[in-house]
Design a protein. Structure first.
Length: 102
């Protein structure tokens, strides 16, 4: 759509280019002290995984050193990292949860 002004100039409307927010992966890191069952509980509670999916991710963390729990916008990812870390510490586990840009 174009609009004509009195001085003869022609203005064109432009659609704003809106980029989606940057996404962040939330990762669990392996350690030698956190029980596997506790990791499964974390994945079920904070990432809404069923037991089978949580077990697969837990084994990936155990075997490969880290595993992706999900991909979220920055604020959601930061909240999940904080919730997992707080929950692990309150249960005396050193489970590390971090986020990185996708």
């Amino acid at each position: 759509m174009a609009t004509k002004h009195q001085d003869g100039t022609l203005l064109e409307t432009r659609r704003a280019q809106i980029k989606p927010p940057p996404m962040f992966k939330v990762l669990l890191l392996n350690d030698d002290f956190t029980p596997m069952d506790f990791v499964i509980i974390v994945l079920q509670r904070f990432f809404r995984m069923d037991r089978e999916h949580a077990t697969r991710i837990m084994l990936k963390v155990h075997n490969e050193g880290k595993g992706v729990c999900g991909v979220f916008p920055r604020d959601v990812a930061a909240t999940k990292v904080e919730q997992v870390t707080t929950f692990a510490r309150s249960n005396q586990h050193p489970l590390a949860c971090v986020m990185e840009e996708n």
